[in-house]
Write a new protein. Structure first.
Lengths: 328, 149, 732
């Protein structure tokens, strides 16, 4: 597997994602940049310029017509995916931690940090085809309840539900329309760093600084547990093979004192069903902050603390490999 | 007196006439000069234009030639490829390609073929083994029966 | 079974003694008849009645009941042992029986073998003497002949390899991973070499005093054939007969350990009955063969069903014998002046039947499959004079009719190659031009499945190094060289010293096509592909066809090239690739070469290459005869991937154990083929289990995890469906 190294960020990566067609790969970083790449060649296609602080989270709608970003500059922005033009800006009271479109892209979710004396909020906004029609007032705003520490990641579940991961390791589920909490459960013993749904939306994987990643069903039952010996910053579910990919490594604060070998800055492949690790992909020289897998399962991308994106196309060997004869 | 006046008038007239003639002459001279100059300029412009056009044509010819050479080269390589490895590239595609692109295409073809062959043979090996094993599995009861007899 | 009867008798000394006491005084009238149907107690009397009656018809009388027959029964099975003691009415009857009823065909599947009781005693005495003379290792003494096909019952569907290195012989399972498993290993198992019988039932070892055969589950010694100084051995195709040759003429028999009679004295060749160990007949060599010490081996060539065997006598006659009687067909040889070469046509009745059935079903099939007479001999007679060209002929037996022949001018010598199913026949004829200065080879290819057996001729200007028909196929491969040094053709030198000068060829034989209302498209021989500058000198087709290995053995570095010669079978013969060039999508197509290199690899110094009998593996070996070190074998799969290397110091022989034809009927084979996916699932799991060292508990855990996941998924999917339904209901 020969990786393509994409150079375009000068500071740590915060998020990498593919669009639904898989021809594009999007990245965001602490350098306030939001870039788009060709997923086939790793060529930089363009960027969405405007943010003045760390871009924490990004999303692309299903047709790749619009993208969205949330930043520490206390704003969330809506962009024209092709032209890179900023279409709309929502200004918030504190940094934006997470953004996400609904599958129909008629609504979007903006989650803000508990910072600058402001509570963590979840803001539901309406998106219109004509940006002039976007109402200034959000559709709904709600706060996670006092015992739930701030959300670190939020994604849409089915039927206008929202799944969140929290600083204390709790995973929660909310009704976006009423702001009611449907369920919450302490899943991890450390910060939940990522939450990514399966292709069909019936289960999701969470990763945590507690050195594990877990697969949960929609009712927050833990279905699978993937244990490592380093903090896990991101995890994704492969669509074709029964695999999950975990990215992480020693904490950023200790990077200067650890070598890449000790830090274990590797993408780690686990068998989704057997929970067994069967492969590692090395190359980053800082912790991996974010991983994403191509919607057809043909490639995966990792973004590192050192500011590099590594795009890996799988070999035929990978597709032939079976840890168990029952594997597809 | 009248005659002197007439003469003077005549003289003045003559002078005026002369002056006018001189002016006319100068004017004509000047005009001729200007015309000449203009003609000169026009000629020069024309020459420049011709030179420019010639140069342009030359450049275009060169460019065309190079293009032809490139195409011919691409064709030649494509032809050689066809003979050597059986790779055929459609003519309309060929026009857009240079040597590097053709080689890249060939490399791609070889790579894909190799991958396809590998995948196929892995299956062949497996299938062969499974088929033999399945046959023997079914033969064993018959052998057991033969042993009993 | 009745196979084992005589041996059982030999071994059961107590029985022998018991009967010896009773019959001692009636010695002259008692014969032991072997090959008698095995029956239970109830049918015993009926069998006696039938034998009595049949013998009576031949004018031989058995003593009246109750004394006429004595048949030992096996206490374990309650059945007879396949032999019976018969007490004849008079010594004259016994003599007459011995003379006229030897090889008496009792019924379709039972032929009688008659022995005098005294003779039985004599044979019984042989083994011990031999043991004293020659150590045969401490092999377990043979107890019961029984079932000789145990190795076919292996659950892993593996095949066996016999290896002879240093002074020991091992029989091992040729696993596909982790190297072979040794099953049997014995010091001094052989004194000369080893050989498998053609269907794998017997392993033959060669000793100073004769040949021993081994087999069964424990590789017991089954039989010994006492032939002093034996050098060569050859089995008949169905393993009924063994032919042995010794350069030492048989001496006049002087003691009972010598199983031949005075009539065999001076003979060099013996044909044995493998089941009984008896000599069926011995043969003398011709004066010329003795003088030149040039004995072609095998001396006798057998028809497909071992009903006939034949040899050339003095380049003038073809002697065809009938088995088991061992007499000359029609009591005389067939005169064919000048004959130098002959081969029997392979014939596969079962497959032909299946093919005929197949053809019957496919009515649209225009070309009827012709069948050459089953007992066909192809022979060659070289040019004898300026007006007498060489003759290629096909003769059917037993009527001795030449039904197809062809003349070839200036054909000096020939080799005859039949395709495995007898579909095609090729004469490789070495020829000269009229002046005799230039020599070349012509390939005369006959299509035996077509009307009038059409023939084509291909001229080869180069020296032929190797040739082979594709088994079950319509292709042949050869290796040629243009090496000019070889004007006076020392082939060995060419083989040894001409790396990279060889050309490999694949030819295909095409049948004529008859189309309704149109003229016949003639068939012929077509070159599929020639590949130049190879360093190879041997070729090995997979026994299943399609795959071939070209090898550069001995001095040619041990190059091994694996090819698929039918790469486009069942697939598109063009490959298309789409690539983005300068931002533009470009498509290229390529015709797929039907002959495709799968792997080019090497087993340095290898001298032998052999496919396993199933066409799944290729074994190459470096023997001590070829190279002083690195002796051992390598196993490859069909695509040329090395599976393992197995070292054996002083390796002399490594031989795959052949397999008999499968018992599985054609229609069942087709069924297996059809359902292969179901089998594959089980085998996948079996293989994974075998390759990973997972414990039963771990396997169980895996199974549990998968089951749980599948349940989880189906629950989730059901939930989605249910929701969809609700949504649909609400929408409506």
């Amino acid at each position: 597997m020969r990786p393509i190294v994409c150079q375009g960020h000068t500071r740590p990566l915060t998020r990498v994602r593919y669009n639904r067609d898989g021809d594009l790969m999007f990245s965001a970083g602490k350098d306030a940049k939001f870039n788009v790449w060709s997923s086939a060649t790793g060529e930089l296609i363009g960027s969405y310029d405007g943010h003045t602080g760390v871009v924490w989270d990004i999303d692309v709608d299903a047709n790749t017509t619009r993208t969205m970003s949330g930043s520490a500059d206390s704003s969330a922005r809506l962009w024209d995916a092709r032209s890179g033009k900023c279409l709309y800006t929502w200004t918030t009271a504190s940094p934006v931690r997470s953004v996400a479109f609904t599958p129909e892209a008629d609504l979007a979710l903006i989650v803000t940090d508990k910072k600058m004396g402001q509570p963590c909020t979840a803001i539901i906004v309406e998106i219109k085809d004509n940006v002039a029609d976007i109402p200034e007032a959000p559709l709904n705003i709600f706060l996670p309840e006092p015992e739930l520490t701030p959300a670190t990641i939020a994604r849409w579940g089915p039927e206008h539900t929202i799944y969140m991961g929290h600083e204390n390791g709790t995973v929660s589920c909310w009704d976006a329309m009423s702001g009611e909490r449907i369920a919450s459960k302490k899943i991890h013993s450390g910060v939940v760093t990522d939450l990514q749904f399966s292709e069909d939306g019936t289960y999701f994987i969470t990763s945590s600084k507690d050195m594990s990643a877990k697969i949960l069903d929609l009712k927050l039952h833990v279905i699978k547990n993937f244990q490592t010996e380093r903090p896990v910053n991101s995890a994704c579910i492969c669509p074709v093979k029964e695999h999950v990919i975990l990215g992480g490594g020693q904490d950023a604060s200790q990077v200067t004192t650890t070598t890449a070998k000790v830090g274990k800055f590797e993408s780690r492949f686990y068998h989704k069903i057997l929970q067994q690790e069967f492969g590692r992909v090395r190359g980053h020289f800082g912790p991996i902050n974010t991983v994403a897998v191509h919607p057809d399962g043909t490639s995966f991308t990792s973004g590192g603390e050192e500011g590099l994106i590594r795009l890996h196309h799988f070999d035929p060997d990978y597709f032939r490999f079976k840890l168990d004869p029952r594997d597809p | 007196e009248e005659h002197r006046a007439a003469l003077e008038r005549q003289a003045v007239l003559e002078q005026k006439k002369e002056a006018l003639e001189q002016i006319q002459q100068r004017k004509a001279k000047e005009e001729a000069l200007a015309r000449q100059k203009k003609m000169q300029e026009e000629r020069e412009a024309l020459q420049r234009k011709i030179a420019e056009e010639t140069k342009q044509r030359e450049l275009e010819r060169l460019k065309k030639e190079q293009e032809e050479i490139r195409k011919a080269e691409a064709r030649k390589i494509a032809e050689a490829l066809k003979v050597k490895s059986g790779v055929t590239i459609a003519d309309e595609d060929l026009d857009a390609m240079d040597t590097t692109a053709i080689f890249a295409l060939q490399a791609e073809q070889i790579k894909k073929e190799k991958e396809a062959l590998e995948t196929k043979m892995a299956q062949v090996v497996k299938r062969q083994d499974f088929l033999e094993r399945a046959m023997r599995k079914e033969e064993i009861p018959l052998l057991e029966k033969a042993r009993e007899e | 079974t009745d196979d084992a009867a005589l041996d059982e008798f030999l071994d059961f000394g107590d029985i022998e003694e018991q009967y010896a006491v009773h019959v001692a005084d009636q010695f002259d009238t008692i014969l032991v008849i072997d090959g008698v149907p095995v029956v239970d107690e109830g049918k015993k009397e009926k069998l006696f009645t039938v034998i009595r009656k049949q013998f009576g018809k031949e004018g031989v009388h058995v003593k009246d009941q109750p004394h006429g027959f004595m048949m030992p029964m096996d206490a374990a099975t309650g059945k007879s042992k396949g032999f019976v003691f018969v007490d004849f009415a008079t010594p004259a009857d016994a003599d007459k029986a011995l003379k006229h009823l030897q090889y008496f065909k009792f019924d379709k599947s039972h032929t009688f073998f008659l022995n005098k009781f005294a003779d039985v005693e004599k044979y019984a005495a042989v083994p011990d003497q031999w043991d004293e003379e020659r150590a045969l290792g401490k092999a377990p003494e043979y107890v019961e002949r029984g079932f000789l096909r145990d190795w076919l019952l292996d659950a892993g569907a593996r095949d066996q390899i016999a290896v002879f290195n240093k002074t020991a012989v091992s029989v091992m399972w040729g696993n596909k991973a982790n190297g072979p498993d040794v099953i049997h290993e014995r010091e001094n198992w052989t004194e000369g070499y080893i050989a498998w019988s053609p269907r794998g039932s017997y392993l033959a070892s060669v000793h100073r005093m004769g040949i021993a055969l081994w087999g069964g589950a424990a590789m017991d010694r089954l039989m010994r054939f006492h032939h002093p100084g034996v050098r060569f051995l050859d089995f008949s195709p169905k393993e009924s007969y063994l032919v042995t040759f010794s350069p030492e003429p048989l001496p006049m028999p002087t003691n009972p350990a010598q199983p031949w009679g005075p009539e065999s004295a001076g003979h060099h060749v013996i044909i044995w009955d493998i089941r009984t160990g008896h000599i069926l007949r011995s043969f003398a060599l011709t004066a010329e063969e003795i003088a030149t010490k040039n004995v072609p081996w095998p001396l006798f060539k057998w028809s497909f069903d071992e009903a006939y065997f034949a040899r050339i006598v003095g380049n003038a006659k073809l002697a065809v014998y009938e088995a088991p009687g061992m007499g000359l067909l029609d009591k005389k040889s067939i005169p064919i002046p000048g004959i130098t070469e002959f081969e029997w046509m392979p014939y596969t009745p079962d497959e032909d039947e299946a093919a005929a059935k197949d053809g019957g079903k496919k009515k649209q099939q225009q070309n009827k499959r012709v069948q050459a007479p089953p007992y066909t001999i192809a022979y060659f007679v070289p040019q004898t004079g300026p007006d007498q060209p060489a003759q290629l002929a096909l003769m059917s037996l037993p009527n001795k009719q030449v039904y197809r022949s062809k003349q070839v001018f200036f054909g000096l010598s020939a080799k005859i190659h039949f395709q495995s199913q007898g579909d095609y026949l090729l004469f490789k004829v070495d020829r000269t031009n009229r002046s005799g200065k230039a020599s070349f080879v012509s390939l005369e290819v006959f299509r035996l499945r077509e009307k009038d057996y059409p023939a084509d001729s291909v001229e080869v200007k180069e020296i032929m190094v190797a040739f082979g028909w594709e088994p079950h196929g319509n292709r042949f491969a050869m290796i040629t060289t243009s090496d000019v040094v070889s004007a006076d053709l020392d082939l060995k030198a060419v083989l040894a010293g001409a790396p990279g000068k060889m050309t490999t060829h694949i030819y295909q034989v095409e049948a004529a096509v008859e189309k309704k209302g149109a003229s016949v498209v003639p068939g012929g021989v077509k070159l599929v592909k020639a590949m130049d500058r190879k360093a190879v000198n041997a070729l090995y087709w997979s026994p299943k066809g399609r795959y071939i290995v070209f090898a550069g053995l001995r001095n040619l570095q041990g190059v091994l090239e694996f090819y698929d010669v039918d790469a486009t079978a069942g697939e598109a013969n063009t490959a298309t690739v789409t690539t983005s060039v300068n931002g533009k999508t470009v498509t290229s197509t390529k015709e797929v070469d039907p002959v495709q290199l799968l792997a080019a690899t090497e087993h340095h110094g290898s001298s032998d290459v052999a496919w396993d009998p199933t066409g799944r593996y290729v074994m190459s070996s470096v023997t001590m005869w070829a190279k002083g070190m690195d002796n051992g074998v390598m196993l490859f799969d069909v695509r040329g991937t090395m599976l393992y290397k197995h070292s054996r110091e002083q390796l002399k022989q490594a031989l795959w154990r052949p397999r008999p034809p499968t018992l599985l009927p054609k229609h069942k084979q087709a069924k297996v083929r059809k359902n292969i996916k179901q089998y594959a699932r089980d085998f996948e799991i079996e293989d994974a289990t075998a390759s990973s060292a997972l414990s039963a508990a771990e396997l169980e855990e895996r199974r549990r995890l998968f089951d749980a996941w599948i349940q989880f998924r189906s629950r989730a999917l059901l939930a989605i469906e249910a929701e969809d339904e609700i949504v649909t209901v609400l929408d409506n």
